[in-house]
Write a protein that binds this ligand. Sequence first.
Ligand code: SF4
Length: 385
Amino acid sequence: MAQAQQANHEERPHAERSASQLGALAKCPGYRPKPAARVHWVTAQGSRGHAALDAGDDGELHSEFEAGMVETCESYAAALPPASRQLEEMRVETIEGRWGYTDRLRIRADEHGNDSPVADLLDWKFVRKDSVTDAEFNLQGKDYVVAIFEDPAFAFLQTINVHFVLPRLNTVSTATFTRDDVPKLKLEILAVLARARATDAADYDGSTLRPVYGLCTYCGAAGNCVALRRIADGIARQYDPAGYGQSPALPAETHASKVTDPAARAQLQKLAGLMESWSSSVRHHNLTAALADASLVPAGYVVDWMKGKRRVTSPADFRAVASRFGLTTDDLIGASNISWGKLEDILKFRAPRGQKGKAVEKFTHALLFAGAVDPQQEVPRLIEK
Ligand code: SF4
């Protein structure tokens, strides 16, 4: 049974595949709402607007502009035929074991001021773009209409007018539904839900997913979406037609010291590169997961906090303090690890244009002549041809 219920719009729990998600699920059955890392300012304005309309109190609004949007909603509602009663933020039991909250239900008054068989269902949308599907087709409105008609408390209702009010855009979309429409509306909602629920199966192959940028970008399932992966795979194949998706072949002998065939050695060389990336990825993700959640520490391991590497952040201050303790410049130079490359960069930076390479060359010759450095030795490595 429906019940009027005040609730914080941001904290209020939402049903699995709630009324407001049905439109997205109709576009793609695999859609999942994305947990918001932060509340967008438009969403925050909408929450404050809803709260003000619900409580009839503008006190929490942040600006004249927000108050103006609330006023637009109230003016629209006030222009509707008189109501015998008005229910704010009413919890309704939507079909298939779900629930939702209507923004405002106004039962129209008959000539005696009692409940008439007609109601107005108002839904406030504080959106910036006209992205709200017309009330005639909007599954959120239909879901609520069915819930209200099926609630014994509203058995007297025969007609519900749905009004989506978009105060920021100063537009309204309306549609009228009667009790006779209920079977058709229920079937529409069931069709969308059934197709969406089929995507929960462990062996679901992703064949019904319908990727579209404007939806996928807000989808919490995008990271693991088979349809998006197929798109990415197709693009990757175009970049690497010969090699993409090929598993590296494992030679019969994997101990490098026993392999003599150059082709087998090449296979091992490739695998070694992969293993390096793989092993650092395993370490990174295992540690990240363990730090985020103690239950994800790999079995038999503990997180150990090693002492971090100490480093000097201000060489000038360091030298000043060291000299107070009797440490000389020679002591400091002897204990330092001078970066030859970094000093070359400084020289290059300071030298005039056209003289940069020469400055470094002269510096290198001077260091070699003084016996201050070992000339750079060439180091062999294997690279792909
Ligand atoms: S990311 Fe995948 S599941 Fe989500 S809406 Fe797009 S296609 Fe559908």
